[in-house]
Design a protein around this ligand. Structure first.
Ligand SMILES: Cc1cc2nc3c(=O)[nH]c(=O)nc-3n(C[C@H](O)[C@H](O)[C@H](O)COP(=O)(O)OP(=O)(O)OC[C@H]3O[C@@H](n4cnc5c(N)ncnc54)[C@H](O)[C@@H]3O)c2cc1C
Length: 337
């Protein structure tokens, strides 16, 4: 094998690149910043529990054990700050949710995160059933993470070429014996290298607001979340749409965000930013990792949870590449081939 070329520098590509560098494996990156990027829009929540049903994300235990060691080590390495440990206050919609929380919070896994209840003391918050406290989760400032990665590449001789990588480039480079790792997010679907029904991309929209009446101490969660960014700014999201799979924010999207926010917040706020992106979801809701064909690998499909999954999954891929250890069947691309 000659060179390793990562195509796409979103959370998948950048995380994998960090892992390769940690093992001293040189590589090149090709990324076209003008193409669709979910990572630049993502809220970056790292949450191992689906708050709607309080179900554990499959594999969450393993994912969570890699989180501090990965992000904090990369912060030390680059001098950037991008991982923020946090607590969540979940606004209960009804007593059924309180009962479920009560029931789940004693499970061995859940008990690390789901804590007790608090009454609402914020006059602008509409939370008649109170709030559940969740600890031990975090959020990744994805743009700062990507900037840190760019900086680290520049200081470690890793080239980042800004161009659109084509199928022709793939054939030429594969013929020359290079290893290509496709980390091109939802745009992989357009390459028609996997069955169309493998993918279920979803557009998501977020807005950044300035609000005096929200607490900056916690992430607020109801049908939406509000992540405090500092200086009274909050990232609020996210919506799910299965049409218009591009990065153009819509009137419908902002309307939905406003409606959901105003169901739980009655204070004033100003919208200062509105963005859209497309999550690389798969039909079976599991990532896609593995060998597409000789000298072509895929690292993709992390849906709405790349910040949680990418550190561990990139480790698994690296292990496969360096030692030949088999990939877990639930993530293996073979299920679509
Ligand atoms: C509104 C919203 C909220 C979200 N919130 C969260 C959250 O709270 N937590 C979480 O973990 N995840 C969240 N996500 C999901 C998260 O954004 C994705 O899981 C993750 O960013 C996917 O990363 P990726 O690297 O696979 O793809 P992308 O981030 O899409 O990166 C793909 C990269 O490949 C490049 N590229 C594509 N094709 C080519 C080509 N032919 N040539 C060159 N370059 C190419 C693109 O320019 C891009 O840079 C959210 C997503 C959205 C839209």
């Amino acid at each position: 094998m000659k060179d390793i070329i990562i195509v796409g520098r979103g959370l998948a590509g950048a995380t994998l690149s960090f892992q390769l560098l940690a093992k001293g494996i040189k590589h090149h990156i090709v990324d076209q910043p003008s193409l669709s990027s979910s990572s630049k829009v993502a809220a970056g929540l790292v949450n191992p529990i689906v708050l709607k049903r309080l179900k554990m994300v499959q594999g969450a235990h393993e994912f969570m054990t890699h989180i501090p060691s990965f992000y904090q080590a990369k912060e030390v390495l680059t001098g950037f700050k991008f991982y923020h440990e946090s607590t969540v206050r979940h606004i209960f919609a009804n007593t059924g949710e309180i009962n479920l929380w009560e029931e789940k919070k004693d499970n061995v896994f859940h008990s690390q995160f789901l804590k007790g209840f608090v009454q609402n003391t914020n006059p602008y918050l509409l939370a008649p059933h109170g709030l559940g406290v969740m600890e031990g989760i975090g959020w990744l400032d994805t743009n700062s993470f990507l900037n840190a990665h760019r900086f680290f590449c520049a200081n470690n001789g890793i080239s980042i070429t800004e161009k659109t990588f084509t199928k022709n480039d793939l054939s030429t480079l594969v013929e020359s014996g290079h290893l290509i790792i496709l980390c091109n997010g939802h745009l992989l679907k357009d390459w028609e290298v996997l069955p169309e029904n493998a993918f279920a991309p979803t557009r998501g929209e977020v807005m950044t607001i300035e609000a005096d009446g929200l607490s900056e101490d916690n992430i607020l969660h109801s049908s939406i979340f509000a992540i405090p960014l500092g200086e009274k700014q909050f990232k609020v999201g996210a919506t799910y749409h299965w049409d218009k799979l591009n990065d153009m924010p819509t009137d419908d999207g902002i309307e939905r965000l406003r409606t959901d926010l105003e169901k739980v917040y009655s204070g004033k706020y100003k919208i200062i930013n509105h963005q859209a992106g497309v999550r690389p979801n798969t039909k079976d809701r599991k990532p896609i990792i593995g060998k597409l064909k000789d000298n072509v690998m895929v690292f993709n499909g992390m849906g709405s949870r790349a910040a949680l999954m990418a550190p561990q999954l990139s480790n698994i891929l690296l292990d496969y590449l360096t030692t030949g250890n088999p990939l877990p069947s639930e993530y293996n691309i073979d299920r679509f081939l």
